[in-house]
Design a protein around this ligand. Structure first.
Ligand code: HEC
Ligand code: HEC
Length: 510
């Protein structure tokens, strides 16, 4: 009864019916209120809304994380150019992938897969769950990590990628890496400035997928081992050879740069970056609740929020300790031991581990540590964890509670058939060791504790209040996608195989 909507917006003005509806609503409303006053749940008292807001505030959460930031609007010229580039297969040396292949707005800014499939596929126009590799590799998909969402990436101030191999050296808040100390990228050594990085983290990042063999460059080109800089110049040369692209760059930039070039690497990375930075999806029920709308979220979600923001010692779940602030991440690295599926990064004796942050910092405490992911819109950004090992929110939450047990009892049947699930025994031992090393170093390690299934459900319900309704609505997302009617500069823009059947199921055309 409490789910009864006060605003269906569908009734025509039919007075007797209207009166009846109003009456019904009063009844529904008042029974709703009664239920809420008694807690809506026999065993727990109603949430004190003011106290919950106070608690969130104490944890540094008061409103959307885009507040106080300077971010572009999708209708601005640079994001508009970036939108076309992001969708174009011309960016890939093999012509088989676009950024959108693995970061499609209608797939939560990701690809809906545990591990992405980039080059060497049967049909490059297909993305999402229907994308098939040409050769079934014994070890499953070639890309070792889950593709994170590009939604809200303009809110990062410190570390990009699961291992932070691209990071702001000054980590100034609200700047997205635009501070005076500059940015380190995989082109430079750990903690060393890359003078070519561009003005912010997203501009810095956006040219690296081009030279990733598995993502965009192509495996057959592996022997050439082209340098990143060469690959970027190759990409720019392809764009320059199309008059249509020159025109689009002219529309966005106005005139040629100081080297008399309309298209350059720095313009390419800037346009791609601005497009992603325009993907701001932060209008969600939780922030509406914090702004004073008591009824924006359910009683159940409020119970989940309390668990999220209370420490384990006070009956909570301490989630805030790492999923900190309004962007729900501390942008730091933790050992969570999400099951190692797929082929990993060739680390360790078994050669299928992924040492995460250790690969960059070479500090023992960083072995198997990965960056805390933000949780905005997490409802639509699955599968979860850096390997995409979990297909449900309840699954990844349960994993946090007792890591050794979760690895041991991991159920690989939730994955698609082609993903390899190696034996987790060695991995479990390595993770136990990594956690011990962190404990001994006095670092924060989530302690083991238990939650009832009901409480896990409350947490899931809370996480769902972090969804901006726009990300579930194809027409709302349209400004960020390339649509069928649109003219296509090079014939390589079309990646239209994804069809959203409803908000939860994705169908992919053959
Ligand atoms: C074949 C799939 C694939 C393609 C194509 C691809 N990506 Fe990604 N992307 C990934 C994966 C996997 C990661 C995570 C890699 C890691 O952390 O080591 C990632 C990470 C990112 C991130 C970091 C997000 C974060 O939370 O730190 C951004 C931003 C991004 N990609 C943008 C792009 C852009 C721009 C392009 C096109 C130039 C692109 N991607 C092409 C798979 C892909
Ligand atoms: C010790 C720090 C820490 C704490 C405490 C913590 N998390 Fe996490 N969480 C992480 C890290 C790190 C990851 C990514 C792990 C990986 O893939 O290796 C993660 C992943 C997640 C994901 C998956 C997100 C995605 O996009 O893949 C969800 C959902 C999540 N956590 C929710 C929670 C909830 C709910 C709690 C409280 C019960 C919690 N976390 C407590 C650090 C933490």
């Amino acid at each position: 009864m409490c789910k009864y909507s006060l605003n269906t917006g569908r009734y025509r003005p039919n007075l007797p019916l209207l009166a009846c509806i109003v009456l019904l609503q009063i009844v529904a409303f008042s029974s709703c209120r009664r239920l809420e006053l008694s807690g809506g749940h026999s065993s727990s008292p109603a949430t004190d809304n003011a106290a919950l807001r106070q608690l969130a505030k104490k944890r540094g959460v008061s409103g959307p994380p885009d507040q106080g930031r300077s971010l572009p609007h999708i209708s601005d010229p640079l994001p508009q150019l970036g939108r076309l580039l992001f969708s174009s297969r011309t960016l890939s040396n093999t012509g088989t992938t676009a950024c959108v292949t693995c970061h499609h707005p209608q797939l939560g800014g990701g690809d809906g897969l545990s591990l992405p499939r980039g080059v060497d596929v049967v049909n490059p126009d297909v993305l999402g769950p229907g994308r098939k590799l040409k050769y079934e590799h014994q070890e499953g998909p070639i890309i070792p990590r889950n593709a994170p969402t590009t939604f809200n990436v303009g809110m990062f101030d410190s570390a990009m990628f699961w291992d932070g191999r691209l990071e702001s050296l000054g980590k100034e808040p609200l700047l997205n890496g635009a501070g005076p100390s500059g940015i380190r990228t995989p082109d430079t050594r750990f903690e060393t400035l890359d003078p070519e990085a561009g003005p912010n983290l997203l501009a810095a990042l956006s040219v690296f997928p081009l030279s990733s063999e598995e993502e965009m460059f192509g495996l057959s080109s592996r022997t050439e081992k082209a340098r990143n800089e060469t690959v970027r110049e190759m990409t720019v040369a392809r764009l320059r050879s199309e008059d249509e692209w020159i025109k689009r760059f002219e529309t966005a930039f106005g005139s040629a740069d100081e080297d008399k070039q309309m298209i350059s690497v720095s313009r390419l990375r800037l346009a791609l970056g601005e497009f992603q930075r325009s993907q701001v999806f932060t209008s969600n029920p939780w922030f509406r609740f914090l702004a004073g709308a008591d009824r924006a979220i359910s009683e159940r979600a409020k119970r989940g929020a309390r668990l999220f923001y209370l420490p384990v010692s006070q009956g909570g779940a301490s989630c805030y300790a790492c999923h900190r602030g309004s962007f729900f991440t501390d942008e730091r690295f933790h050992v969570l031991g999400v099951p190692q599926i797929g082929r990993g990064k060739a680390d360790g004796d078994s050669a299928n581990f992924d040492h995460g942050r250790y690969r960059e910092s070479r500090r023992e405490v960083d072995r198997f540590a990965f960056r805390t992911p933000p949780l905005l819109n997490v409802e639509v950004t699955g599968p979860y964890g850096r390997t995409g090992a979990y297909t449900s929110l309840a699954g990844i939450i349960r994993h946090h509670l007792n890591i050794p047990l979760a690895i041991e009892s991991y159920d690989g049947s939730q994955l698609e058939g082609s993903v390899r699930v190696p034996d987790q025994k060695d991995y479990a031992a390595e993770i136990a060791r990594a956690l011990q090393i962190r404990r001994e170093a006095g670092m924060y390690v989530a302690r083991e504790f238990s939650l009832s299934e009901d409480q896990i459900g409350d947490l899931v319900e809370f996480l769902r209040t972090l969804t901006d309704p726009c990300v579930k609505d194809a027409s709302c997302l349209k400004p960020w996608t390339v649509v069928a009617e649109e003219e296509d500069p090079t014939g390589a823009l079309r990646l239209l195989a994804v069809k959203i059947a409803d908000n939860s199921r994705i169908e992919v055309a053959p």
